[in-house]
Design a protein around this ligand. Sequence first.
Ligand SMILES: *Cc1c(COP(=O)(O)O)cnc(C)c1O
Length: 432
Amino acid sequence: MNYYSTNNNSPVVNFKDATINGQAPDKGLYFPEFIPALPEGLIENIEGLSNEEIAFRIIQPYVGNTIPEDVLKTIVTETVNFSIPLVPVTDSISSLELYHGPTLAFKDIGARFMSRCLSYFVRNENKKVTVLVATSGDTGGAVANGFYDVPNVDVIILYPSGKVSSVQEKQLTTLGKNIHALEINGTFDDCQQMVKNAFMDEELTGKIFLTSANSINVARWLPQQFYYFFAYKQWADKTDPPVISVPSGNFGNICAGILAQASGLPVKHFIAACNANDVVPRFLDTNQYQPKKAVATISNAMDVGEPSNFVRILKIFSENVADLKTKLSGWSVSDEQTKATIKLVFEEEGYLLDPHGAVGYFALNEYLRDHPEEKGLVIETAHPVKFYDVVEPVIGTKVVIPAVVEEQLKLEKKSVWMENDYESLKGYLLKK
Ligand SMILES: *Cc1c(COP(=O)(O)O)cnc(C)c1O
């Protein structure tokens, strides 16, 4: 499989180079030259296949010969080695819990897969690769955990001081070894700008081998297809596939689901569930695509004003917007609606959603009201404990903290304090 740039102005590359480059040189996103059809019998026999087997068969055509079969099998086995249950909440709504991985959010899947691929690709390099990433919260923990103790890879995470939750901060500052956290006296946008400056600094990139681990990397995006298949495997009525609601920010997750559908996974309809950052729902209503500055909400991992991956969704539909609208609906959900949903579902169904999952649940419930004969599932992207500061006041009780988090909260934070100043970052990177 080769990948071209969505800006059409860069050389075509294989999976290895797409992973190492992250973004194409013309600043476009890499996109597969074609969408492979599913292996024969995969859907018909899905209940008899293990998650490892499904994941391997899905990803193999995208990886091609850049990773040998036995290595790729090990990589997918390590990627999906935690449970991903589909839990019924009401008669018509189930929740696909993607938060049983090490950092309690769905980003574990993409980060684990990408880190292992990158580690394989650089195994014979005599210099280290430095992964540089800015985080507003969940990405940092997932990337830190995914790359922890991976040979030949150093990870530098920039995070905004005082603007991530305490669980999130501990997840990215307590590992040590090859994981380094820089606590920036600034906002997420400042962190992102410092990272961008580093990638554009030729003096720096001439001296150290820098790469990124953000969500536009194909090795983070493509494995997110896996759990849409795991959901279908657990879906009771195979003759009547689910409506799937995806809490969306940068649109990588839902784009992977739509890709899975395009390759043959039965899905009735997709819902892009957004918070107040509603660029895509607006586009679906008005045909006007108008990126805006992100506004802060209680589902903060979705506070994205210009979703990078939407261009990939358009590619899947060959830019045919009319066709896209038959498969995708959009919803914008307010913080008040999100909180009311957390409270209602907790009190009436005994099920606790996190703020992101609650956005998805609200949108799905609205959709099913207009389509009462259908059933659906919401992608629950994070464990409610990650957002206990939001959730606890809403439900009026404490959230049970899982043992692994309890242990993590006891560990000592190790970070390097840094002003919002690119020269400080450059000096730090050159000294390492
Ligand atoms: C990152 C994230 C999202 C948004 O996913 P995208 O792929 O950026 O659309 C939703 N929920 C949680 C908990 C996240 O961490």
